[in-house]
Design a protein around this ligand. Structure first.
Ligand code: OGA
Ligand code: NI
Length: 209
């Protein structure tokens, strides 16, 4: 355990098991936050984000009435500036395997940008023809987010609807197959590091764009 002590992980993993989701504030240290945020701004500056699709590489559709985000798929070997973030992701994988007996063998992550006016309608994070996403992980990168900015994550849980503010450094994890969720319309640019812990490595995730 490098980033967080075992007792913290046990608490978070308990919540994830019990409630199907967990919200963790200050998941990124201020230093790591700056590394990721700076990297994201550079990718934006160089126009490297692509409109996100629906479905897998075999069944990809673009439909802005369902989702309006742009993504930059990460590659551990290419995006070496983000090595400390990948170490944290490895710690998530290790911990979930250890305490949840999940047999996660890989992950896929992208940076996401929702321009003002965009959203992602209610969905679950699994593709019809590829169901190896086990745990969704979203880390928000929105400095100075305030009420009225929108872009909250809405989680549907039994009869309840929970609204989670996408504030900087906050991490949300949930069971990919079990938790319907939606991104409310954002009124400002909305940024995150988003990914999925996989039962088997995908190999094709970054092709989705
Ligand atoms: C997704 C998603 C939620 C969020 O990318 O599948 O639901 O809060 N993201 O960004
Ligand atoms: Ni989703």
């Amino acid at each position: 355990m490098n980033f967080f002590p075992e007792e913290k992980w046990i608490d978070w993993v308990d919540q994830l098991s019990e409630n199907d989701y967990v919200v963790i504030d200050n998941f990124l240290s201020p230093e790591l936050y700056q590394v990721v945020r700076k990297f994201l701004l550079q990718r934006l500056e160089e126009d490297e984000f692509k409109r996100a699709g629906l479905g897998s590489v075999f069944n990809n559709q673009l439909d802005t009435s369902i989702r309006g985000d742009f993504t930059y798929w990460l590659d551990k070997d290419r995006d070496i500036t983000l090595s400390p973030a990948f170490e944290l992701i490895e710690e998530i994988k290790f911990t979930l395997n250890r305490f949840c007996f999940l047999s996660l063998s890989g992950y896929e992550f992208h940076l996401a940008h929702y321009p003002a006016g965009t959203f992602y309608k209610r969905h679950v994070d699994q593709f019809q023809d590829r169901s190896n996403r086990m745990i969704s992980v979203i880390i928000y990168l929105n400095e100075g987010w305030k009420h009225g900015d929108g872009g909250e994550l809405k989680i549907y849980k039994d009869e309840e609807e929970l609204l989670i503010d996408p504030i900087a450094g906050r991490c949300v994890m949930f069971k990919s197959a079990d938790v319907p969720h939606e991104v409310m319309k954002t009124n400002v640019g909305r940024y995150s590091l988003t990914g999925w812990m996989l039962y088997q490595p995908s190999g094709v995730g970054y092709l989705l764009g």
